[in-house]
Design a protein around this ligand. Structure first.
Ligand code: STL
Length: 314
């Protein structure tokens, strides 16, 4: 796979795709994270995208957005600081060669704040709230802090000198604000790489979310817990759009290993080895691959991915 294809693979949407080549020689990539709750497979999708960028020769930064976490009402500073320490340990365990930056380490400068106010002057309250629709806690009672939040996210891109912005598709409306109003603060041009959202293990309607333990698989889950959660997961034949296991296979397992092996008893036709996601999807759709076997294969591969991270964490 070419470096450009590596950067582009598995994205739900790319903005400014034509600029990828130009930025490849000198670009920086980043992804920001609120630090609260478990690091789960949804986060792993963006981390693997950062790894793709790193393999393509691009320098990577991870932002632990402590101030954003606090602004989004996730907890007080005692909570946020404890979480940031956890998350830092987690990220170190991934093997990303990255600079890990705490938001408050650069966001407290006067010129950062001045840019926030320049953006605030141009953006309606309405649009600010809409941008936060998929991210904000308790959006029905949005606090002013939660519309300051997206403005800061845009300014982060400027201050960190980023050319490749990585985020889940739920971040799209926030960065779109920056694309529209970035000229107010002299925001540089960027490639935006949005990754798909992994649905909840419980099935359609919600995403894998740090605030719902049964929706997610955490990088701290034991082998047994992974097995148990996968066994219970939504996996309806014929519904390939909302199937969390297929998406986990595509975005995480194939991204990491390029294959998926399913152990199966001889009396059910013996082991299956898939060397592309497309083949796996076809086999599942046609009924050749049974839900229980898909689950066993996914659980086994996830344990291989998570075991070293879990170990590194301790
Ligand atoms: C969430 C959940 C999550 C990540 C984020 C938000 C992203 C936050 C962020 C903050 C500042 C930035 C970039 C991203 O500059 O997993 O609710």
């Amino acid at each position: 796979m070419s470096k450009e294809d590596l950067i582009k693979r598995n994205c739900a949407e790319i903005i400014n795709e034509g600029k990828i080549k130009g930025f490849m020689k000198r670009g920086f990539a980043y992804c920001g994270y609120e630090c609260s709750g478990e690091i789960h497979l949804g986060h792993l999708v963006t981390i693997l995208k950062l790894l793709d960028l790193q393999k393509a020769g691009i320098k990577v930064k991870v932002l632990l957005a402590d101030w954003h976490t606090w602004l989004n009402q996730k907890g007080d500073w005692k909570f946020v600081n404890t979480q940031v320490n956890h998350w830092e340990k987690g990220f170190k365990a991934f093997g990303l060669k990255t600079e890990i930056i705490k938001g408050t380490s650069f966001q407290k400068k006067p010129d950062y704040f001045e840019d926030i106010l320049k953006l605030a002057l141009k953006l309606t309250v309405n649009r600010g709230v809409r941008a936060m629709q998929e991210v904000a806690r308790n959006i029905e009672n949005a606090k002013i802090s939660q519309i300051i939040y997206p403005l800061m996210q845009i300014e982060d891109v400027k201050k960190l000198g980023i050319n490749f912005v990585v985020g889940g598709l739920d971040q799209r409306k926030i960065y779109a604000l920056g694309i529209d109003q970035g000229k107010e603060i002299g925001l540089q041009e960027c490639v935006y790489l949005f990754t798909p959202i992994i649905p909840s293990l419980k099935g359609p309607g919600s995403k894998m979310s740090s605030s719902d333990e049964s929706s997610l698989i955490s990088i701290r889950d034991s082998k047994e817990v992974i097995k148990k959660k996968i066994k219970k997961a939504y996996c309806k034949k014929g519904d390939k759009e909302n199937n969390p296991l297929l998406l986990i296979a595509k975005l995480i397992i194939f991204s990491k290993f390029g294959k998926l092996d399913v152990k199966r008893d001889d009396k059910f036709g013996g082991n299956l080895n898939f060397d592309s996601y497309e083949k796996l999807e076809k086999a599942f759709e046609s009924g050749k691959l049974h839900s229980a076997d898909l689950k066993q294969g996914v659980a086994g591969a996830l344990e291989k991915i998570i075991a070293p991270i879990r170990m590194g964490w301790k």
